[in-house]
Design a protein around this ligand. Structure first.
Ligand code: ADP
Ligand code: MG
Length: 333
């Protein structure tokens, strides 16, 4: 067997002349969590769907554990679990019934399907909700059930398409623990995310994609060090001289801060969190008033800006609960 869980080169997908995926190479090693990071519309789902045989590959080559995605799609399907399709299951059935049904649909004998359903309900802390209809489930419970369903056949490779988008922070943390648990059990995970912190928390390695192309790849630390280890986020006072503020930072750090003139927010990439004090002192000396300050890890926006020279085209704060898996619904950037 191949030592890679995923090996893809030159993947291309065109929709009516638009290259949604424009020549992407990916290598996912066995037993790792690999993160595909990028903003809405970058091509993440399309890459995943090609690797999962749900979408034809227009150009390029992909193998899952050495099995060719184009030539032997049926064999590939036996090696992978894919989330994000659960919406098609009967909303009026309970979690237990759904998991059982899923097992049966995949050819698992009735008794075993029942046992598997029970095991997964336990593993995903869904016992209490087991007899509730899915239509009554919260977003977090749905996501867990979705993941549970994709594990029925115990696939060695799991694709997670934005597993936590739209979840509240606590549920998000639970999902992260669940994902780590999968890898501890020997699975390989390929996940997509819009959030650097998620990729940072979970992924051993990350590929950053933008407009259908891979623009960077590395460990989370390697990516972040390209923009400094932390970010100083300043809210300038309403009457502050913004141009002066930018100038002060430029002279002190020889770095360009990212200013949003409308809101008076200014972000400064710092090699070390300690550097924040120097910036604040210099701004005060220059007479620039500040309304509020925080020091944070770099956001995806900053990594993006540093790598691509343009922003992600979205508000980093936005969580999109109304997200659908219907790509046509996603707004153009
Ligand atoms: N079936 C489709 N038909 C037409 N355009 C599509 C289709 N699927 C995706 N796209 C377009 O391809 C681009 C990449 O989409 P997608 O892979 O869903 O991005 P992401 O998952 O990173 O948000 C988007 O511009 C999207 O609108
Ligand atoms: Mg997507």
């Amino acid at each position: 067997m191949s030592k890679h869980a995923v090996q893809a080169s030159g993947l291309v997908k065109t929709f009516g002349g638009f290259r949604a995926v424009d020549g992407i190479d990916l290598e996912v090693r066995r037993g790792e969590i690999f993160g595909v990071l990028g903003p809405n519309g970058a091509g993440k789902t399309t890459v995943l769907r090609m690797l999962a045989t749900l979408l034809s590959v227009d150009e390029g080559h992909a193998e899952i554990f050495g099995v060719d995605v184009r030539r032997e799609p049926h064999r590939v399907r036996q090696l992978i679990g894919v989330t994000g399709q659960y919406a098609s299951v009967d909303e009026n059935l309970t979690a237990r019934e759904n998991l059982w049904l899923f097992g049966r649909l995949q050819g698992v004998p009735a008794k075993q399907a029942r046992a598997t359903a029970e095991r997964l309900l336990g593993q995903f802390a869904l016992e209490e909700a087991a007899d509730k209809a899915i239509s009554k489930f919260s977003g977090g419970m749905r996501r867990r059930l979705d993941l549970a369903a994709s594990l029925i056949s115990r696939p060695p490779l799991i694709f997670l398409d934005e597993p936590t988008t739209g979840l509240d922070p606590r549920t998000r943390g639970q999902m992260w623990d669940t994902i780590r648990g999968l890898v501890a059990d020997g699975c390989t995970v390929l996940l997509t995310t819009q959030y650097l912190d998620e990729a940072d928390q979970l992924a051993d390695r990350i590929a950053v994609i933008d407009r259908g192309r891979k623009v960077a790849e590395g460990t989370p630390d390697e990516l972040k060090s390209s923009v400094g280890n932390s970010t100083l986020q300043l809210q300038l006072a309403a009457n502050a001289d913004q141009a002066l503020a930018v100038d002060v930072v430029r002279r002190l750090l020889h770095e360009e801060p990212v200013l949003t003139p409308e809101s008076g927010r200014m972000n400064v990439a710092l090699a070390e969190a300690d550097g924040a004090a120097d910036v604040l002192v210099s701004l005060r000396r220059a007479g620039v008033s500040i309304a509020s300050v925080s020091v944070d890890r770099p956001t995806l926006d900053e990594v993006f800006l540093a790598i691509t020279g343009h922003d992600t085209g979205q508000d980093a704060e936005t969580t999109d609960e109304s997200r659908t898996d219907e790509p046509a619904m996603e707004t153009a950037r």
